[in-house]
Design a protein around this ligand. Sequence first.
Ligand code: GDP
Ligand code: MG
Length: 170
Amino acid sequence: SNKIKNAKLVLLGDAGTGKSSLVLRYVKGQFVEFQESTIGAAFFSQAVAVNDETVKFEIWDTAGQERYHSLAPMYYRGAAAAVIVYDITNLATFARAKKWVQELQAQGSPNTIMALAGNKADLLEARQVSAQEAETYANENGLFFMETSAKTAINVTDIFYETAKRLIQA
Ligand code: GDP
Ligand code: MG
């Protein structure tokens, strides 16, 4: 059929969890140790083929700081997908991720596909959030879950690909 589907995707989560790094890894295949913090939001586009269809992601990488919170609805409203990111080495970022999920459930579009990314999965020795706990939370709240690493590239393409697959099935 060769259908093309444009899909707005927003990344949400605390500052420092690795949202920009995930996008940089996904779109450019790169990683930098000292990623500059995002001001407001940054935009990227990336096409992904799923079988005979193409999803063109319009990716909004948000800043995450509390002072930008009032801008977030501009990015998640009308979003086909949201990737909510926490840092597996920082329990507070997991709590913040849950807040984002609640906000999306209350204010977002009901059909938004939600993915939960436990990022920095390369830093196992500093882990504060178990994969089991996050998986259980995701299952109970209608998200799909993957641990990712923008540094090693583990599961980065995969989480976007799985999102695209679910968008096409929706
Ligand atoms: P953002 O504020 O959520 O956009 O986070 P950044 O992408 O700016 O990343 C914050 C810091 O964490 C930077 O120093 C990154 O290099 C680092 N970082 C991001 N992802 C990973 C990862 O998967 N593993 C490790 N070890 N560091 C990461
Ligand atoms: Mg950023």
